[in-house]
Design a protein around this ligand. Structure first.
Ligand code: URA
Ligand code: CA
Length: 433
């Protein structure tokens, strides 16, 4: 087989066979196909698209390019959740204990964050003593015992995706539905998921800016999952503003605790119940989404979800007392208010720019080597549709530096206020089963 012929075939709009896709992925991963030929193929895929079958074959070729995690010794259906990237997205911290409290095993492999705020592990490390260093046997035992555990990423998962993503990034071929869908799905499958729930964000702060594009991506991923024997469902959710109120590591842990108690922000609660219902159905703990939702709501009301969070934290060395004493979480030295300069309704909050402001406070990493400050971040006191009097606080800035004029200016620039009233955006736009 010659790479030249594979490129020609795709350039001319024909579908590639499984053998051709396997050849490309194997040989590219090995270093036997040069970057210039791989980028020509990515560009051909960008313009000519791929059939559903090609997308599934590309996904599995990438899964098979490296290690895969075998979670078969965990009882039950392992359902994983993936979000296409939000700002202040606290859903994982809430969902893991919430669905585990229903008996769905959550075996989460997670990374540290880059940009915006920390990753799930960074956030959890704001609980004193919590750690993710353990061997795989211990991890599996914890999931069998408590139904939930989080471990750091290890192994050489989907090396083909790492290499291709780097190439796409510099050849203007990131934004291609078949390439994004196979990239995301290959990572979830390699990490051992039996079933997958996807939270595809849409709007100004998201990777996909329009609802149509987001839906196309969601459908592409659901189709791949179902073709390769991993039941998959998706939610399209709004990312025109950050989710919930908290952006920052310890602040988000606090927000997750509030939500598990039934006292969290409405939007975060709604998204967690929607995604959690899909996870419970795919994990065979409920027959319908409605039944799943009422079971989840019950476990919030009766305290089981919060108790599961405590057990989970303690099982990995964390101080479980934080669930009733959030003052044990790290706190920033200064709490600085951002007063509204004029009265009116909040009409826009550019999620990614606000996320960057939190990163500049120290809540996220500008580079892989940056140290993260777990205590700092933003609490949004107003969201789109809310009214603010002049002088009322829009944001409480939790900072360890006193002089943050630049950050305040960034926030003012990215929170729009107008005289006319504004509707609150609909959070859950679509459910794809
Ligand atoms: N995120 C991924 O993991 N892969 C892509 O291709 C795009 C976003
Ligand atoms: Ca949040």
């Amino acid at each position: 087989m010659r790479m030249y012929d594979v490129i020609t075939k795709k350039r001319d709009g024909k579908a590639l066979t499984k053998e051709e896709i396997d050849f490309f992925i194997e040989e590219y991963t090995q270093g036997n196909i040069p970057d210039y030929q791989a980028s020509a193929l990515c560009m051909a895929i960008f313009f000519q698209d791929m059939t559903e079958e090609e997308r599934a074959n590309l996904t599995m070729a990438m899964v098979n390019s490296g290690d895969t995690i075998d979670l078969s010794s965990i009882e039950g259906i392992k359902v994983d959740k993936h979000s296409t990237g939000g700002v202040g997205d606290t859903t994982t911290l809430v969902l893991a204990p919430l669905v585990a409290s229903l008996g769905v095993p959550v075996a989460k492999m997670s990374g540290r964050g880059l940009g915006h705020t920390g990753g799930t592990i960074d956030k959890l490390e704001s609980v004193s003593g919590f750690h993710v260093e353990m061997d795989k046997d211990e991890f599996i035992e914890l999931v069998n015992q408590n139904k939930v555990s989080v471990i750091g990423q290890s192994g050489n998962l989907t090396p083909a995706d790492k290499k291709l993503y780097g190439l796409r990034d510099v050849t203007a071929t990131v934004n291609s539905i078949p390439l994004i869908a196979s990239s995301i799905m290959s990572k979830k499958i390699a990490a051992g998921a039996d079933a997958i729930v996807l939270d595809v964000k849409t709007g100004a702060g998201a990777f996909m800016k329009t609802e149509d594009e987001s839906e196309e991506l969601a459908k592409a991923m659901v189709s791949i999952g179902n073709q390769v024997g991993r039941r998959t469902m998706a939610v399209i959710s709004d990312m025109n503003q950050p989710l919930g109120h908290a952006i920052g590591n310890a602040l988000e842990v606090q927000e997750a605790i509030d939500t598990l108690k039934g006292e969290g922000p409405d939007d975060l609660t709604e998204l967690c119940l929607t995604l959690g219902s899909q996870m419970a159905v795919l994990g065979n703990q409920a027959q319908t989404l409605d039944e799943a939702r009422s079971k989840l709501e019950q476990n919030i009301r009766n305290g089981n979800a919060l108790e599961k969070f405590r057990t989970f934290l303690e099982s990995q060395g964390g101080d479980g007392q934080v669930v009733e004493k959030p003052e044990l979480l790290p706190h920033a030295k200064y709490k600085i208010e951002l007063p509204a300069r004029e009265s009116g309704y909040v009409s826009g909050m550019t999620a990614d720019e606000i996320g960057k402001a939190a990163m500049h406070l120290g809540a996220g990493r500008a580079t892989k080597e940056s140290e993260i400050d777990l205590a700092v971040g933003l609490m949004l006191n107003k969201k789109i549709g809310d009214y603010a009097e002049a002088g009322e606080s829009l944001v409480t800035i939790h900072s360890n530096q006193e002089n943050i004029e630049e950050i305040k200016e960034t926030l003012y620039k990215n929170i729009q206020i107008q005289k006319d009233s504004v509707n609150k955006p609909k959070l859950v736009r679509k459910i794809i089963e």
